[in-house]
Design a protein around this ligand. Structure first.
Ligand SMILES: C[S@@+](CC[C@H](N)C(=O)[O-])C[C@H]1O[C@@H](n2cnc3c(N)ncnc32)[C@H](O)[C@@H]1O
Length: 392
């Protein structure tokens, strides 16, 4: 499809502003005498790494977001093709001799893999079946010879996928040490696996605290961590709401923390400027009990759909509010619906979001809340911060 140059520029700049582009490849030189055969630009979280590739060499340079924006459309003087990769899409742009631009937008391979059958997915798992993580034997996830117990397969797949998404992020960074809190850790299968991933697979110095309201599970998890010498893995009894961290927290994880527990976890993360958030919400009941739609009664007529819409409203509001507070956010269907109906993962990393974008996302939340007349916990917790944003 032919695309207007200015429209394309706007779309690409907005993806750059929102830190959504992972990689750019500029290829197909206009002349075979071009010194550079290809330019590969990778998003390294705080900057971009440009590699200009000749027949025999590669020249690397760090670029800021501004430099990328200034430079990106200048490559077209030497090349005929761009490929932009986000988590969701690949944008392929071909430039004709008459300088017309043609765009093909396809789902990225990764998204397609997520949507693929669970058998195919198994091949890519970071934790391979048979790889023994000792505490998981105690917890009844593995048999002694490393086989997954049938009834635990769904949990195992969720955890493995969760780790893959964390790994996608960690691969891009050069983290040597990390402090993590798992809010609403429950029996802590995920917590133990995240610890194992950082400590044993990545050899990164890790401290993890799992927090939960249940005394018996906290006691058992601490005993298990001690038994296996996981000395930087601790479990604490307590409420997410009002929790005071023991360390500077780099990452927050939550897996199915019930209802508004996810809002308190996200609020803590925002308040403490936590860089990375991986959160799978659950039991989003708050809006369902309030939502009214006088102007659009069809939305709330059927109980089942009302519940689903309320749940989706909760999560889109959370994502928008994270954006408002400066996070780059993705919503990922992290595992097939057959493994858990609560299969959306919110992935966020702290970045710089332009004020105009933050205001736009805030307005969208206010409009939605006003139209359907409900309160939302994360919004209420952050209310004071919005005054500052609106004043600017
Ligand atoms: C559905 S379980 C999930 C447990 C674990 N993350 C997993 O995926 O297996 C939710 C957990 O969140 C805990 N929880 C709920 N609200 C909490 C709060 N306000 N503070 C701490 N823990 C909370 C519950 O006690 C429960 O163990």
């Amino acid at each position: 499809m032919e695309i207007d140059k200015e429209d394309l520029k706007r779309e690409i700049f907005s993806l750059i502003d929102e830190n959504k582009i992972n990689k750019i490849i500029v290829s197909n030189p206009l002349s075979k005498n071009n010194k550079f055969k290809k330019i590969v630009i990778e998003n390294k979280l705080n900057h971009y790494l440009e590699c200009a590739i000749t027949e025999k060499q590669s020249f690397s340079k760090n670029l800021s977001t501004k430099e990328i924006k200034d430079k990106i459309f200048l490559y077209k003087n030497e090349f005929k093709q761009y490929n932009f990769f986000t988590n969701e899409f690949e944008y392929m742009i071909k430039i004709s001799k008459k300088e017309k631009m043609f765009l093909t937008k396809t789902k990225t391979e990764k998204e397609l893999t997520i949507a693929n059958s669970s058998n195919n997915r198994m091949k890519n798992y970071i934790l391979k079946e048979g790889e023994i993580i000792p505490p998981l034997i105690d917890m009844g996830v593995y048999t002694k010879d490393g086989k997954i117990i049938n009834s635990m397969y769904d949990k195992y797949r969720q955890i493995n996928r969760f780790i893959e998404l964390v790994d996608d992020y960690i691969k891009k960074s050069d983290i040597k040490k990390i402090n993590i809190i798992d809010f609403g850790c429950g029996k802590s299968y995920l917590t133990f696996v995240v610890y194992y991933y950082f400590k044993t697979i990545k050899n990164i110095d890790v401290n993890i605290i799992g927090l939960d309201l249940k005394e018996d599970v906290i006691k058992k998890c601490n005993e298990t961590a001690k038994k296996y010498g996981y000395k930087n893995l601790k479990f604490e009894l307590g409420d997410i709401n009002g929790y005071k961290p023991r360390f500077d927290t780099d990452m927050i994880i939550t897996l199915h923390a019930c209802d508004t527990a996810t809002d308190y976890a996200l609020y803590n993360a925002i308040k403490w400027n936590v860089k990375m958030i991986f959160s799978v919400p659950c039991c989003q009941h708050e809006i369902n009990s309030q939502i009214e739609s006088k102007n659009l009664p069809i939305i709330t007529r059927y109980g089942l759909i009302k519940e689903r819409i309320s749940s989706d409203f909760t999560d889109i509001i959370r994502c928008n509010l994270l954006k408002v507070m400066g996070y780059n956010v993705d919503m990922i269907e992290f595992i097939g619906f057959e493994h858990t109906p609560k299969n959306i993962l919110i992935r966020a990393n702290l970045t710089k979001i332009p004020l105009s974008v933050r205001k736009k996302y805030l307005k969208e939340v206010v409009d939605l809340k006003t139209f359907f007349n409900f309160e939302q916990t994360l919004y209420n917790l952050l209310r004071n911060s919005f005054e500052n944003i609106n004043k600017c």
